[in-house]
Every structure is written in C-alpha cells, then in structure tokens.
Design a protein around this ligand. Structure first.
Ligand code: NAD
Length: 492
C-alpha cells in the first residue's frame, strides 16, 4: 500500500496476523495485502505479505515443535482430544466464523454456515480416528517378529485455495495432526481469514505453539518458497493444475511426496429412465453452490436425447429463477471471488455466444447488489459440442453445459473425454447400467442417483488425470499423511 490516502484508509481495516511459533506476527518486511470483500469490491482487512524469510522461520518453528516433549509426549488419543476440543471451540464461534467466511469468499451466508459445520465435522472425525490407525504383524521366519508402524512425515506444507478455505484447511489439518505431523499452512491471498482464526483457536484447544503455523502471502512468494523448503516432509496442495505442476516439481527436487487436489470438469449423466424432477434440482444445486467455484461441480450434464426437450424446459425455468446477491442476503448465488475470476467466467460465456451456442436460461442479479461487487448471472447452455471449451475446460463459475447423447457407450465416451477425472454422477433406475457406467468412468468418485452426498467427510476424495493424485478425507487421508515403516526384531 502506498500514499497518504491508502495509509489513512488502512487504519480502518482490521489487521490480521500470521501465526508463527504460536505468536501472532507481521511479515518481516512489514508489508501487507488488502483483503477485498467480493460482495462490495471494497477492502475490509489486511493480511501480512510473508516472504521467503518468514517461510524459513515458520518451517523451523514447525520442525522444532515436532520434536518438543509437548508434542511427542502426546499419545494418538491425546492428539485426538486436542482435535475434539478444537471442534468444540469452532462450534462456540460458529456464527462469527460463518459470517467471516461468507464475507471473505462472497458465498451466501447459509453456505458459510455449511462450511463451518463441515470443518467441525472434519475435526470430530479425525479426533475419533486418531487412535484407530494401526500397523500389521508380518509372518516371516520363526525367529523374527516383523511389524509395520505408521509415522508422521514431519513438517507438512499445506497450500490452500480461496474457494473453501475453512473446509480444505480442516480436512488437511484434521488428518495431518491426527497422525502427529506439524503444519505450515499457506492459505490463499484471496480468502484466508477463517484459517487464521481457527489456527489461533487451536492454541486454546491445546496444540503446542509451532505445531500449526499460518503464513499469509502471495502464491509466487510465500507459496513457492514453502514448496521448495528443504525441511518440509510432505506437501498437500489444492488449487489449479498449473500451480499443481510447479508443486510436484518442487516436491521432486526435495524427494518428498505430495498430494495434488486439482480441478475438474465433472459429468452428470442423465439416462432415459432417470427421474428428472429428482436429478435436475440436485445437479443445478451442486453446480451453483459457491457460485460454481467448486472443483467437484458437475458442470457438464449429458442428457439422453429422448429426454432433451423435457430437461431443457426444466433447466430453463429453474435457471431463470436464480438470483445473485450480496453474501449477507443469502441469495441463490453470491459474487465471484475477484475481478479476474469474473472476467474469466464472462470470457467463456462470450465465446459461447460468439460460437452461437444456444443460451437455454439465465438468472438475474439482485438490484441492490453493489455495482463494484463481482456479480454474474447463472447460465445454462446447450446443446454444447463436446470439443467446445464450455464442455472441456473448468469454467469455475455458475455456467452449466448441456450435451445430448444417444447410447450408453457414447455417454461413457463423452464423460471420459476431458483431461480431468474428479467426480461423476449417474442418474438411472437401472442398477446394472449404473454399475457398468460407474466402473467405466475414470474419476475419483462416482455418485449414483445423488451427488456429493452432503460433502462426505468419511469419503476418500481425490482425482485422476489432470484432477491430481492422492486422497484426502476419510481414513485414506491418514495414510497419505503418514509413512509406513517396517520393524523386524530377532528373538533367536
Ligand atoms: P491457485 O492454484 O491459483 O492457488 C491455490 C493456492 O496456491 C493459493 O494459496 C495460491 O496462493 C498458491 N500458489 C499460487 N501460485 C503458487 C506458486 N507458484 N507456488 C506455490 N503456491 C502457489 O488456485 P485458486 O485459483 O486459488 O483455486 C482454484 C483452483 O483450485 C481451481 O482449478 C479448482 O478446481 C482448484 N480446486 C481444487 C480442489 C480439489 O479438492 N480438487 C478444491 C478447491 C479448488
């Protein structure tokens, strides 16, 4: 920030701090980044702009905490108790956190509440799971006892995007801390305030200082320096495929593992026997949640040609009723996260219109939405050619592409014909067909006659192809956030 006006204005903005070694701190440079409220386009807070020097301090603090008696002296069950206490503290602060999350990301308030509740569920799940992960004994020669044990990676670096800060932080921190790792988190510069608040609550929940560090800042500065730091033992990254490629090469340089949770272009296949009145509202809802800025959004609907007109009529009228508005009014859609995301989404729509793809239906923007906010309308297009950007690329906005198909084989082939493979939905009453199709689709999850299943804290999540690799959520995440060691004892 520069200039007298900016300095005056910055006095009104709430100043959030990074968390290093249990201390709230500014960036060593003193520089800050303004946090913009997507509903108004106006700054409302600042965060420290941490640099490589701050990354070094945070990783060293996480490394020291890892070996402190206050952490290694805790049993798995005691780590679980800390996680449970954190879930209770989040519940106590639920209202404040939900408002903060909605203001920071632009999502409608009820979705802010949904995200805090999901975070609470993650911490509760991993609180209970912490002492349920066991090793094995292995039958080798009679004079030996052989066993496997699971150990932490050490310092886990977590790089988080802006779309679901609280949920993604909770699913990473829950599993990583349950397994005894320490954490350095680099949240997104676009939305991260709930993570800062939660990390501070974690100190009250009993996590020793330095076990959770939050480094705010820019991706190409703090994020890049963190990913290359030679002291970290594992990286978990959620974000765009392009940055995912950089993270994987940083991990390769240090010979450590990483999980990449990247984007998606998830198909929803609606067969001729599907119940459209059940399927289409779920499909629409799951797409529009968080303004379509969800990696698992089912943004392509494949509709059997015999149900085309019916499906298009339902979607036309339901999209027309979708209203975008400011977060606190809890409309169907909030604003998008920032101006560049708004330009990106609008560019996809302009391209579709230039290519004369029919616009089936479009929502509206509430008249009281601030002109400076990043609002767009919900739109549904179709028929969309299968090689069109709307059918291939992740729009990350409230835009649905509808694609007709004739046969089951064609539907599977279209579903698999993008670089992504995160989630898929199959809508049919024919269980044999549903099973065949679920097996034929290349993706990390397949839902049949439902989608998302309420977030599914218990369900392993993570894609294939350009959607990334590795699993988060459920018990599988505990395996990702630990290393298997084999120990052999001779008792001859
Ligand atoms: P992004 O990749 O731009 O940023 C994600 C994080 O990476 C941010 O914290 C950012 O600061 C950081 N970053 C940016 N450049 C970096 C660099 N050079 N080195 C290290 N860190 C860097 O993604 P985004 O725009 O914040 O999020 C949108 C993308 O995330 C979409 O593609 C979406 O599909 C994906 N996403 C995936 C999942 C999933 O679980 N699969 C969940 C949410 C979002």
């Amino acid at each position: 920030m520069t200039g007298y006006g900016a300095a005056l204005r910055s006095q009104d903005l709430k100043k959030y701090k990074a968390l290093i070694a249990g201390e709230q701190c500014d960036a060593s440079s003193g520089e800050t980044i303004e946090m913009i409220c997507p509903s108004t386009g106006m700054p409302f807070a600042t965060i420290p702009r941490c640099s490589a020097a701050d990354v070094g301090r945070a990783v060293s603090s996480a490394e020291a905490a890892l070996h402190s008696q206050s952490w290694v002296g805790l049993s798995a069950g005691e780590r679980g108790k800390c996680l449970y206490r954190l879930s209770e503290l989040l519940f106590e602060h639920r209202d404040d956190l939900a408002h903060l999350e909605a203001r920071d990301t632009g999502k409608p308030l009820s979705q802010g509440y949904g995200d805090i509740d999901a975070a609470i569920a993650y911490f509760r799940f991993y609180a209970g799971a912490a002492d349920k992960i066991t090793g094995e004994t292995l039958p080798i020669d009679v004079d030996y006892l052989a066993m496997t044990v699971r150990e932490p990676h050490g310092v886990v670096a977590s790089i988080v995007p802006w779309n679901y800060p609280m949920q993604i932080f909770a699913r990473v921190a829950g599993a990583a801390l349950a397994m005894g790792n320490s954490l350095v988190v680099k949240p997104s510069e676009d939305a991260c305030l709930s993570i800062i608040e939660t990390a501070n609550l974690a100190l009250k929940a009993g996590f020793p200082a330095g076990i959770i560090n939050v480094l705010t800042g820019l991706g190409e500065e703090a994020g890049a320096a963190l990913s290359y730091n030679p002291q970290i033992g594992f990286i978990t990254f959620t974000g765009s495929p392009d940055v995912g490629t950089m993270i994987q090469s940083a991990a390769a340089r240090n010979h450590i593992g990483c999980t990449l949770e990247l984007g998606g272009k998830s198909p929803q296949i609606v067969f001729e026997d599907a119940d459209l009145n059940k399927a289409l509202p779920v499909i629409q809802d799951c797409l529009l949640k968080n303004g379509g800025q969800t990696c698992s959004a089912g943004s392509r609907v494949l509709v059997h040609e015999s149900r085309w007109e019916e499906a298009v009529d339902i979607l036309r009228s339901s999209f027309r009723s979708v209203v975008s508005g400011q977060y606190q009014d809890d409309r169907d859609l909030g604003p998008l996260i920032n101006a560049s995301q708004l330009r990106r989404v609008n560019a996809f729509c302009e391209q579709a219109e230039a290519d004369e793809i029919p616009l089936i239906g479009e929502g509206t923007i509430a008249p009281d939405a601030a002109r400076e906010g990043y609002y767009t309308t919900a739109k549904v297009y179709g028929p969309v050619p299968i090689n069109h950007p709307l059918a291939q690329d992740e729009v990350f906005g409230p835009v649905l592409a509808v694609i007709p198909f004739r046969t089951e084989e064609e539907a599977v082939s279209i579903a698999n014909a993008t670089p992504y493979g995160l989630v898929a939905g199959v809508w049919t009453k024919d269980i044999a067909r549903a099973t065949r199709v679920a097996k034929a689709i290349r993706s990390g999850q397949v839902f049949i006659n439902t989608y998302g299943a309420g977030g599914g804290v218990e369900l392993p999540f993570g894609g294939v192809k350009k959607s990334g690799h590795g699993k988060e959520k459920g018990f599988e995440a505990l395996k990702e956030f630990s290393v298997l060691k084999t120990i052999v004892i001779s008792h001859a």
